[in-house]
Design a protein around this ligand. Structure first.
Ligand SMILES: *Cc1c(COP(=O)(O)O)cnc(C)c1O
Length: 406
């Protein structure tokens, strides 16, 4: 799954080329940089790869989300609908703009349930933010219809799904804007980094300025730049961009390996009739970074996770329901409004309410779900062995439970 697994000569070459000039900043220093613009080159490569008009690199996926939200005009008083299963960065970015994250139930796509989204809409809703979790996608047709009917912005958090697509369009390019993360464990990595992509020139220009102190970037003298609006420093460095440039050239290779390993593992698990799989709205577009599967009950799933732990094969298998980072159940710091600075009243009220909100529908899915990370490094034998061991652990638990139940 993560690009760091296939680190090599290509990355070293890009970085070394940059070290020759020593210009580690993406803007300015035109004479010293001898024509080397790694960040610009990577932005162009991202746009070409996914078929978007514009790409703006940032220092992280989190700052890409913050930048996109700001460029879309989302802030204090606005509500953003986001899924209850995601990485914490999704609500962090929303809170940082002053807006209210409205946590909403997921369905078996492991992201926003369109019916739950309809119910979550209020007069304050400004944006729907599906998160394309674990390399696969939301039901974008339904979410697009809802966003048009209610005149809402559609922002795709595609941080985990670079290279995945839906009905021929790359994830991130379907809504008003999309974001990617290139942190160390994502599909391709810069070490740290992120990007906002959009087909809208106005949104792009705002992202470009917002991520660099509001600079208009119109001339070649940074000191003479104007500042049409307030921005921050969410710039990526040339060093990080250089790594990403080597990685993006390997993307198609990564995807091919993932799809092959994913298919093999899925076939092995399919032999167990009690197992079902995540709903994938467009299976061809799945980037296959993970295989997500369900057991019939919470107890069986918890027992399988425990059995895999006992057998030393839990590593790479994520039982998100019990994990502190990805699911509302364990986000006590959010529910307790444990912020260092003062949140606004609307935010406080919304987070307070989360303490008593039921996420029964999401619980019923997440408590039965395990996602297996697909490695780029597995040999045929290792993959075979992994599949056999997983099948055996699952069967052991099913047999035990069957005996007790019978
Ligand atoms: C990784 C991730 C982010 C944030 O990316 P960083 O680069 O780590 O800041 C945002 N959303 C999702 C769903 C992610 O997985």
């Amino acid at each position: 799954m993560p690009g760091f697994e296939l680190w090599g000569a290509e990355e070293r070459k890009e970085v070394n080329e940059l070290l020759e000039t020593g210009v580690l900043m993406r803007y300015g220093f035109d004479a010293q940089r001898r024509g080397i613009w790694k960040a610009k080159e990577l932005e162009q490569a991202i746009a070409e790869t996914i078929g978007s008009k514009y790409a703006q690199l940032t220092s992280s996926g989190t700052s890409a989300l913050t930048t996109a939200l700001a460029a879309l005009g989302i802030g204090t008083g606005d509500e953003v609908i986001m899924p209850a299963f995601t990485f914490v960065a999704s609500f962090e970015a929303i809170l940082s703009t002053g807006a209210v994250p409205v946590l909403t139930d997921i369905d078996e796509t492991l992201t926003l349930d369109p019916a739950a989204v309809r119910q979550a809409i209020t007069p304050k809703t400004k944006c729907i933010m599906p998160v394309h979790m674990c390399g696969s996608m939301a039901d974008m047709d339904s979410l697009t219809v809802i966003s048009r009917q209610h005149n809402l912005i559609l922002l795709e958090d595609a941080c985990q799904s670079f290279g995945a697509s839906y009905k021929g369009k790359h994830l991130g390019t379907i809504g008003d804007a999309g974001t990617f993360s290139f942190d160390f464990v994502k599909t391709i990595t810069c070490g740290e980094g992120g990007a906002v992509v959009t087909n809208d020139e106005d949104i792009y220009i705002k992202c470009d300025g917002y991520s660099d102190h509001g600079h208009d970037h119109k001339g070649s003298d940074r000191g003479a730049d104007l500042h049409p609006f307030i921005g921050y420093n969410y710039r990526i460095s040339e060093l990080h961009a250089a790594v990403g440039l080597a990685q993006i050239k390997k993307l198609q290779g990564f995807l091919a390996i993932q799809r092959k390993n994913h298919a093999h593992l899925k076939e092995a698990l399919s032999q167990i009739p009690e197992i079902s799989f995540r709903k994938i709205p467009d299976a061809e577009g799945d980037s296959c970074t993970f295989l997500s599967w369900f057991l019939p009950t919470e107890k069986l799933t918890a027992d399988v996770a425990e059995e895999m732990k006992q057998q030393g094969i839990l590593s790479g298998n994520f039982y998100w329901y019990n994990n502190n980072w990805h699911y509302i159940r364990k986000w006590d710091h959010l529910k307790n409004q444990s912020a260092l600075n003062n949140l606004n009243d609307a935010q406080k009220q919304a987070l307070q309410k989360l303490q008593h909100t039921s996420f029964e529908a999401s619980d019923a899915i997440m408590s039965r779900c395990i996602s297996t990370a697909i490695s780029l490094l597995w040999t045929e034998e290792q993959l075979e062995e992994k599949a056999d061991k997983m099948v055996s652990a699952i069967k052991t638990v099913l047999e035990k439970n069957f005996v007790i139940a019978g």
